[in-house]
Design a protein around this ligand. Sequence first.
Ligand code: NA7
Length: 535
Amino acid sequence: MSSDELADAVIIGAGISGMYQLHKLRDELGLSVKVFEGGSGVGGTWYWNRYPGARFDSESYSYGYSFSEELLQEWEWKEHFSPQPDNLKYLEFVADKFNLRPNIEFNTRVVSAHYNDDDNFWTVETDKGRSFRCKFLITAVGVLSTPFVPDIPGLDNFKRDSWHTANWPKDNVKFEGKKVGVIGTGATAVQLIPEVAKTVGELTVFQRTANFCKPIGNRLISDAEQIEIKKNYPKIFQRCKETFGSFLADFEKKSAFDASPEEREARYEELWNEPGFGFWLGTYEDILTDAKANETQAEFVRKKIRSRVKDPAVAEMLCPKGHPFGTKRVPLENGYYEVYNRPNVELVDIKATPIEQVHATGLKTAEKDYEFDILILATGFDTVTGSLDRIDIRGIGGTSLKEKWADGPKTYLGMGSSGFPNMFTVVGPHNGATFCNIPRCIEQNVEWVSDCIKYMNENRIARIDPNRDAEDKWTTHVQEAAAGTLFPEADSWFMGANIPGKKRQMYLYAGGSPLYREKCDQVAGNHYEGYTLRK
Ligand code: NA7
């Protein structure tokens, strides 16, 4: 193995974060940059998640990159909530436009990154047996990028087609006449199931926890809307900077109890019929902090479910009861509930009748045996920290990041951790991307990191490392921000509660995007207060 390949910066991942970070560092700061990417192409989330029905849950024109006016004017979104094939085309278009591919090594995963205190360089090793040395290490590994496959007895025994949704085959999968099983009913399954149901022979959905879902309200963008969108980009992105989740919608400055029950119902109805997340993050401001206020909206959703699902017993199974509304990212659906009115679709409550064993041709629950041609795992991700945990990252004195974070991540601003100098975790744990329109947070992070590196180079600073006390303060603040909300009550991926054995705590910042940006700007404006800078 040769150890003499050098770059100013190594970026891990060529998704939305890694692509923009490469552009900033190479084209604006003039650094030499090497990017490693596990996929055979760019796009990250939108490269891997090819399952039918995959699409944005943000309005397309609020989701794309905002940094290039030329790009904004050149690219035309076709739908208000753009589907995966178009999203991947968009990211490929960006890669071509900014000539990003020459710096990206595809089909290559980083297995380790070790910091050397003597010369202040990181040594990065890949699964292809190559090693690179670099001054800056930037992880752009994504929040939802390590698929989680649960430990269901006998899962390896299944001999027919089976995939996790994030490893969906590139070939067109056909469901006609097939018996299909889907395990999981999160946001992914809620997008997938109506698509499968269109042509399937028989569909069985195994549900552990019902979700509060809301109609997406997607439609094509008309020519007139296209003109308006292109004209209004500055306003759209300004709005995203000001809202809690960087979406177009934002909370009303009003309690649910400032309205009468009739007014509340009318407002919920209005928001329900609007496209997107207004029903979640554009409702009364105490919905996510006051259990009683929350219940008014939760019950509104249950009524909607009961009105759409014909069999009352199935409707009850689909009505979420164990967690407050909106404490999980709300799946946006298109005909999801009506799927259960079809005679060839069965919903199985696996809390009542658990899966006992998967076998070669299907699975057995406590009640019944099922045969499948295709078994789909829509079982989510080891979110936020999962992809970092899979890389052997070691800082000063050989300290392992995974071990340091065994009891939960410890970060400063979600962008770095003390003892890991010159390492930046773009959209890492404790970041402002929580309930967020993620690319908005990505751009903020990437720009902050780029400014920081520029500052270091201009001031001949060799090394930047978060101070332990600043890190402790931020880490405590992240948990305190969540403690004031209802989020800790749900077994969600926000809380790490979807992965057995993972520390149960808030993994992202619940204080809202504007507060997060303000804090980051303040730190940078005060010459990176909370960090130790060394010449
Ligand atoms: P989620 O939201 O984590 O959903 C995963 C689903 O898989 C959920 O219904 C889980 O049930 C289910 N699951 C997980 N483990 C098991 C086991 N062992 N047995 C049965 N069912 C299981 O992931 P998604 O991919 O749907 O969505 C992730 C994000 O992507 C989403 O928030 C959007 O931002 C886009 P549970 O609810 O844990 O009982």
